[in-house]
Design a protein around this ligand. Sequence first.
Ligand code: HEM
Length: 142
Amino acid sequence: MSLDVKNLEESFELVKPKADEFATSFYETLFADNPGADKLFEKTDMAKQKKMLVASLVLVVENLRKPDALTDTLKKLGARHVNYGTLEEHYPLVGGALLKTFESYLGDKWTPEVKKAWEEAYGTIADIMLKGAAEAEGAKGS
Ligand code: HEM
């Protein structure tokens, strides 16, 4: 995993003090841009969910320098998402909403470099989660 750790860390620091608002805004964007997506979260405690979103972003950013530890955690997270009804095609939608939320919070600090750093990071995270999901599916079938 060769991610732009500096840009990821620095931009995330700017968002951290407003983490709760950020999480609320993320889910608003996700549901506004993807009618029907709220169905997946019908039984979800959204207050808890928002905390988990922020916690998982913190976990990822804080462990960027220890990618091995992160890989195992993310694979397991991906495997659990199979049970939440998450499909492969949902990942870019969540990524799109996440990037849009970052853009609106970072304003002129949302530079092309920062954007690229988050696109790559999200893509890497999603790939690892999907790998975990596929492995869990495979294990079920055998
Ligand atoms: C980088 C991508 C993602 C991350 C880091 C992430 C993170 C999390 C975390 C930490 C939880 C808490 C439960 C657990 O730890 O197992 C969770 C639950 C959930 N996520 Fe995600 N997620 C991601 C992508 C997605 C996508 C693409 C969808 C599909 C729309 C999705 C839908 C859900 C749902 C429905 C739950 C279950 C809530 C419940 O317990 O009712 N997630 N996610």
